[in-house]
Design a protein around this ligand. Sequence first.
Ligand code: GLU
Length: 418
Amino acid sequence: MADANVFTDAIKRLDTAAAYSKAHAETIERLRQPKQHLQVTFPVRMDDGSERMFTGFRCRYDDTRGPGKGGIRFHPGVTGDEVKALAFWMTIKCAVANIPFGGGKGGVIVNPKELSQCELERLSRGFMRAIADVVAPDIDVPAPDVYTNPTVMAWMMEEYSTIVGKSSPGVITGKPIALGGSLGRGDATARGGFYQIKELERIQGWDRSRTTVAVHGFGNAGQFFAQLAADDGYKVVAVCDSRGGVYDPNGLDVATLIETKNSTRRVAGQGIEISGDDLLGLDVDLLVPAALENTISSENQADVKAKVILELANGPLTNEADAELNTRGVVTIPDILANSGGVTVSYFEWTQNKAGYSWTLEEVHQRLKDKMSSEFCTIWDFAQTKSIDMRTAAYAIGLDRLAEAHEATGTAKIFANT
Ligand code: GLU
């Protein structure tokens, strides 16, 4: 998952986008390194009585526009550089979504599938104890990410509240509804991407019944996106998870596939069986990478035949693959825009926690739709006007918003003459 250069590669985007942004060089310079990057090692008592040490990270990349914000992942491939890259992306993502947060991210090196539920609870609480000094509702606010879920958020919130001696729902988002979670957070990442696809459908005049979709990754984001697209009349022809997938050119029954996946842990039982690599090379209109970083690299980008890519995963295209696909005219809706629905509803959740008042599902959906549609159109229009790809446009607009906040306290421009 995490190649050694994931952070260095991520940072290179700053230089590409700087040419189209009004950001002062000092703003760009600030964003080359995280504000804070903590590595922790903590013990967990296993079910067999033994103690095992785990390593984790929490990075608060930048908090100029508001508290750090970003998920926590549990994955064996987590590295410090990967967490820094993900926290950098969160910084730009929150600026692109125009929500009052900076960027953060956390991760623990662990394969949660090998732990019992009791071990997972002890790991979640142990990690929260280890990072409790650097998170808080107004400092840095975690959320779910790869292989973490509302139950993990509940354990962490409870642990934090015990440490600080008061109920603190605003320390973490993506919680169960009964503990201060927001309605609509569960499918928010997919729904945010779906609302953006609806804008593109309108702009390009797509016929949904003839528009084919392949979804690579069948976790939270992939499942909800496939379901939303199928319910709307799109032809979802292929889905896969890390163990393989299925393809049917006439369209899949997504609801049944989700049931099968959740009861047997496999994507199977319909169409023909295909591998994840086969799926990436299918001749579809819309390809949705919804798994991990670096799924499409210079090695397999030539196989991609899709006309549009919606990056529901973070960093699914390497810089090289992205450049090649751009040259071939593929439209990529970049992660920092495409999957920003998740953090946007996290912001709604945090706002509701602060106010002590909950919104209806309709309110959440409407506000998410308004935000996703307008940010999509802002970036689409900027990309068209400048004849650049949507990723560069999104970075440029995100940088402009970060710069406005940085520069509000002054740059060399105002201090040079004093
Ligand atoms: N992990 C999600 C992301 O990468 C959500 C973060 C959040 O809600 O804070 O955007």
